[in-house]
Design a binder for this molecule. Structure first.
Ligand code: SAM
Ligand code: SF4
Length: 341
């Protein structure tokens, strides 16, 4: 039934809407050393380790996706750098950069473990990373992450830049939390040569508070920022939900990720794999495909390749996040830490 979707010459992953899927995000653990208020509840329960794929299994899954035309991999989590021996995975995947099969291997991290890993990440072929940082105020940082150590993250960013990694800051824009700081963060990033992307809080997972209380529209944020900065539209595109401008005064890029106010699905080129081998074809939908069973069913990759093609054939056209203003129910039941954003 899906044969018409498979280009026999390359087996490239093309979905029913003609979109080529060449970007895979892999969450290597659901665990984290922080408990960010918009991402997790304080008393999160995590998967038993027995359900989590081994690094060897994750490597085989990634390799199979690369065989099927994936050219960009982002390692995420939970916090990817708390997974034991995760550097091994970067080293294995980095080999595909050398052969030219992969264009980019990147990482999204909270920065807590970067000081000790930055140089090894660079050696493995990573050149750009995203570090999540929602405030430059150490007290507010502790309040939003619950467990995070601000100084360690600052040291981590410094170490990453020293190692040669380009760092982009990801900041979730939150009402009554950091709207008055975003100007300062833009200046801080400009001084350090960092790009920054602002993200609207997405209604994913029960975090024990009303999402409507957190929601800050980035359209509003842009208007506020434009009082002090010249924002020039820029046609940089990633196939994702971010829209970019250049901050004329600093020369750095500023991105806006607005899943609630814009529909970015028509150019979507990505799918997300969890650490249990579940493939989500859309961040905003619950449909998922189990790749762990086909992975373990046979040492021959053919079964796995077929399962991946079948999953891509179910990639939906788009999503429709809605923040329910009367209830605290999330639009998507799973937490962001399951798929890694
Ligand atoms: N732990 C790593 C980190 O914080 O960068 C990687 C995983 S984290 C789930 C990936 C990104 O998702 C972070 O930038 C985080 O701020 C963002 N995030 C988490 N929950 C979110 C939510 N409900 N809405 C919007 N962004 C969220
Ligand atoms: Fe951990 Fe990242 Fe979620 Fe914060 S956003 S709790 S650092 S996974």
């Amino acid at each position: 039934m899906i044969d018409h979707l498979i280009d026999p010459s390359t087996e490239q992953l093309i979905d029913p809407f003609g979109r080529t899927v060449d970007y895979l995000r892999v969450s290597v653990t659901d665990r984290c050393d922080f408990r960010c208020a918009y991402c997790m509840s304080e008393d999160m329960s995590f998967l038993p380790k027995s359900e989590v794929l081994s690094l060897e299994e994750l490597e085989r899954l990634c390799r199979t996706f690369i065989d099927l035309g994936v050219r960009k991999l982002r390692i995420t989590g939970g916090e990817p750098l708390v997974r034991r021996n995760v550097l091994w995975l970067f080293q294995q995947l980095g080999r595909h950069l050398d052969t030219g099969a992969l264009d980019e291997l990147t990482l999204t991290t909270n920065g807590s473990q970067l000081s000790r890993h930055a140089a090894d990440l660079y050696a493995a072929g990573v050149r750009r990373i995203n570090v999540s940082l929602d405030t430059l105020n150490p007290d507010k940082f502790l309040a939003i992450t619950r467990w995070g150590k601000f100084d360690r993250v600052m040291a981590g960013i410094e170490a990453a830049q020293q190692a040669g990694l380009a760092v982009k800051i990801n900041a979730v824009a939150l009402k009554n939390f950091n709207e008055d700081e975003l100007d300062g963060m833009l200046a801080w990033c400009g001084e350090r040569g960092l790009d920054i992307t602002l993200i609207e809080a997405m209604p994913m997972g029960d975090v024990g508070q009303n999402r409507a209380d957190q929601h800050l529209s980035l359209a509003e944020v842009r208007t506020i920022l434009e009082r002090n900065w010249t924002l020039r539209d820029n046609d940089y595109q990633t196939g994702g939900p971010a829209r970019y401008v250049t901050v004329a005064e600093t020369g750095r890029r500023l991105g806006f990720i607005t899943p609630l106010s814009h529909n970015f699905c028509e150019a979507c080129n990505r799918v997300r794999l969890t650490c249990t081998g579940t493939l989500f074809m859309c961040l905003g939908q619950d449909d998922a495909a189990d790749l762990r069973a086909p992975l373990r069913a046979s040492a021959d990759d053919e079964v796995l390749r077929k399962a991946i093609h079948e999953a891509i054939a179910r990639k939906p056209k788009g999503h429709d996040f809605i923040i329910d203003r009367d209830r605290t129910n999330p639009a998507v039941a799973r937490h962001m830490s399951v798929t890694g954003g």
